[in-house]
Design a protein around this ligand. Structure first.
Ligand code: 5GP
Ligand code: MN
Length: 333
């Protein structure tokens, strides 16, 4: 299916559609999946959004949230939906590893049409139709651009607007980081014209939290942050004990990694998060320095130049030591 006309023709009759996105979906993953869901449902398609893992409850304001399936909770039903699917939309990931443990099912069902909308470096997904742009602010921007091509007269409902705005806002850190581009601002302005209530979205995202989460933030910055201005890095550690003590929920560490970057001489910030079986790593950088390369070469990961992730199978202390050894050689300062 090399062109958009083939896709339009394919979807001109009612189809079984699966939309999936990366593990522990963030605002862009949830927003893009649900924007597309809200667009497709009125055409009579059977649409199922399947997340490979659990997802944050603080996105429950997104229209369609209650219809999302967590594969870990619903493996049999998810399998039925994937086997019955005519087409699978892959949103906001560049590598099937990012949808483990759902990747096996997708790989087994090779007879499905695949559409990929993504903005991460080095996409490794074999798709029939691709909209991939590393300069896109977010996958939500790409859903908007996809709809502009696929259905130039598409109507932006308030449901679609809230979903798209959420992903743009979260991936650009409220239009402040390097992902912010002209198109993202234009889309936001357009969504406003279509009746989007930006105060409502910002209240849901930033003024709807739990006390434990705020105290966890204070504790992490006070006790668990290592600042090494001499080599230009700052590390925050979240271990299993903290997760238990502060009753951490999925998504509660979102944004935490950015705090060390507020220090002048810190060029790279790293979050080390101890999970039941592995250590999950988040990297952020300032300016031209690419943390994507570090994640790809040392931590089986990837992402964007200034925001990437990876994993470590070492202990927390060994992971800290490995990171420090890498940046002692990188000469950031
Ligand atoms: P975060 O640190 O917010 O989890 O992720 C930052 C960026 O890196 C996101 O765009 C995310 O999709 C990507 N990313 C996070 N973890 C991984 C990983 O393990 N592998 C790859 N390829 N990308 C990742
Ligand atoms: Mn994204």
């Amino acid at each position: 299916m090399e062109n958009i006309h083939a896709l339009q023709a394919f979807l001109s009759s009612q189809k079984n559609i699966v939309i999936t996105t990366h593990q522990k979906p963030d605002g862009d993953a949830m927003g893009s999946s649900l924007a597309l869901y809200n667009y497709l449902v009125p055409f009579g398609h059977t649409v199922r959004v399947i997340s490979p893992t659990e997802y944050p409850t603080y996105f429950s304001y997104l229209p369609g949230y209650d219809e999302v399936w967590n594969y870990l909770e619903n493996p049999q039903l998810s399998q039925i939906a994937i086997e019955a699917a005519d087409i699978i939309f892959c949103l906001d990931f560049n590598d099937l590893k990012r949808i483990e443990p759902l990747d096996e099912l997708i790989q087994k069902n090779t007879n499905k049409k695949i559409v990929l909308l993504d903005h991460h470096l080095y996409p490794k997904i074999d798709a029939d139709w691709i909209l991939h742009d590393v300069k896109a602010s977010s996958t939500c921007e790409l859903v908007f651009r996809f709809l502009e091509i696929y259905d130039p007269k598409f109507k932006i409902t308030h449901e679609i607007a809230e979903c798209i705005y959420t992903g743009i806002l979260t991936d650009t850190a409220s239009f402040s980081n390097g992902a912010t581009n002209k198109k993202s601002l234009e889309i936001a302005a357009h969504l406003l014209d279509c009746g989007l209530n930006i105060i409502y979205v910002q209240e849901q995202l930033n003024q709807n939290g739990r006390e434990e989460k705020l105290r966890f933030l204070g504790n992490a910055l006070f006790r668990n942050m290592i600042i090494r201005e001499d080599i230009g890095i700052g590390i925050i550690v979240v271990d299993k004990k903290d997760a238990y003590r502060f009753n951490l929920q999925t998504g509660d560490t979102e944004g935490l990694v950015n705090y060390p970057l507020t220090i002048k001489n810190v060029k790279v910030a790293i979050l080390i998060k101890q999970e039941p079986k592995i250590i999950k790593l988040s990297f952020r950088s300032k300016g031209d320095y690419s943390v994507e390369k570090i994640c790809r070469e040392h931590f089986e990961g990837g992402g964007h130049r200034n925001a990437s992730g990876g994993r470590s199978f070492l202990t927390v202390q060994e992971t800290i030591d490995k990171i420090i050894a890498i940046f002692e050689k990188e000469k950031l300062v």
